[in-house]
Design a protein around this ligand. Sequence first.
Ligand SMILES: [Fe+2]
Length: 295
Amino acid sequence: MTLNAQAPAPNAPSGALNIKALAPLMGAEIFDLDLSQPLDADLVADINDAFLAHHVLVFRDQSLPKDAQVAFSENFGELESHVHRLRSGEKRPALHVVNNLDENGMPTERPRTTGNYFWHTDKSYHAVPSLATLLYAVELPPSGGDTLFANTKRGYETLSAETKQQIADLRVEHSWEASRLNTGNTPATEAEKRDRPPVVHPLVRTHPNTGAKTLYVGMHTSHILDMPEDKSRALLDMLVDHTTKPELVYRHQWRMGDLVMWDNRCLLHRADKNYDMAAQRRLLHRTVIKGSLPF
Ligand SMILES: [Fe+2]
């Protein structure tokens, strides 16, 4: 090595991402990127392409302060604030913490909300739901605490022609109120219901970037419009069961340093309680990118 030899600058353009698929239907891991450093436009475009191709991107070996996660996330769109407000009534900051801790900071089997343990797509109870969610592992149990992803594009593709025809034009009400009921959480308050009125989305959604048709279902759904309630619930449950069959699911087993970014427009996801929640800590930093009106 010569005296003036220098280490390559972080994120020096390499011409290609160091990327490896994790599973056939979704998921790819990306190495040799330092997301705490600024990314040039070409690299952001490469990441976007990989995101659309793989739906779940796992950036390994990161060391990300909160402001760096926010800055990285902002490469992909406007960030959303959390659905809950602070006690003062102010909106929460763009990054918030996901954990299994009680008010004293101790692990608990009964965290304030358990909605994330049920299949869902983020914020489908909003008229404009989430495009992508980014989770960065800060504290992990020794094993378990996985996150599962189900491919709703493949779910749609593998329906019978008859079912595709049956659901083609159906519209579904999603709401915060239904979500709380579906997951056995404390019912929505009157103020929450006022703040987050029900919204209606197509059952078969078209991905705005790829044009793929996907199933837009999950625990935030209330009912299918113009259909008897029992029939509507049975159909919604059947579609969730269909698109979350093991062969359509990727299980992410977290490693310290992982930042995982996924596409809410063609995936369902949920956390797995496969760890000792009462004794072990699981804490992740979350940022969410605002999407567009589903069609
Ligand atoms: Fe979620």
